[in-house]
Write a protein that binds this ligand. Structure first.
Ligand SMILES: [Zn+2]
Ligand SMILES: [Zn+2]
Length: 117
């Protein structure tokens, strides 16, 4: 499969969601390549920890616009909202990632898996 634009990405990812196979996205070379690129651009630094003034190594690239909600943005570094460009892919450490998804307070909840990113 050769991805050329957002519509194609959208169709592909939507199809994976519908067949309950989103895992295939996270192990695809498209995502792995982009993920590595984003981590490199941000020097592997957790952006939320950075905003709080300290360094922590990122181990996750978070989708600001959730993949399940916006499949067509799954491979986009940025998104446009109200005519302004925002970052869509942000490196985070494990703790900040869980915090972003609001799973930290509820310890009984299942751990965050790739499919729920
Ligand atoms: Zn962090
Ligand atoms: Zn996330």
């Amino acid at each position: 499969m050769n991805i050329k634009n957002h519509n194609e990405v959208g169709h592909w990812v939507q199809g994976l969601i519908e067949t309950d196979n989103l895992h295939a996205f996270y192990v695809s070379r498209y995502w792995l390549r982009l993920r590595a690129e984003v981590l490199l651009e941000f020097k592997n630094e957790c952006q939320h920890c950075k905003a709080r003034g300290f360094y922590k190594r990122a181990d996750t690239v978070h989708h600001v616009q959730y993949v399940r909600k916006y499949p067509r943005l799954a491979l986009s570094k940025v998104y446009i909202f109200g005519g302004k460009e925002y970052k869509n892919l942000i490196p985070l450490c494990h703790a900040c990632h869980e915090e972003v998804h609001g799973y930290r307070q509820k310890e009984k909840k299942k751990p965050l898996t790739e499919e729920r990113w």
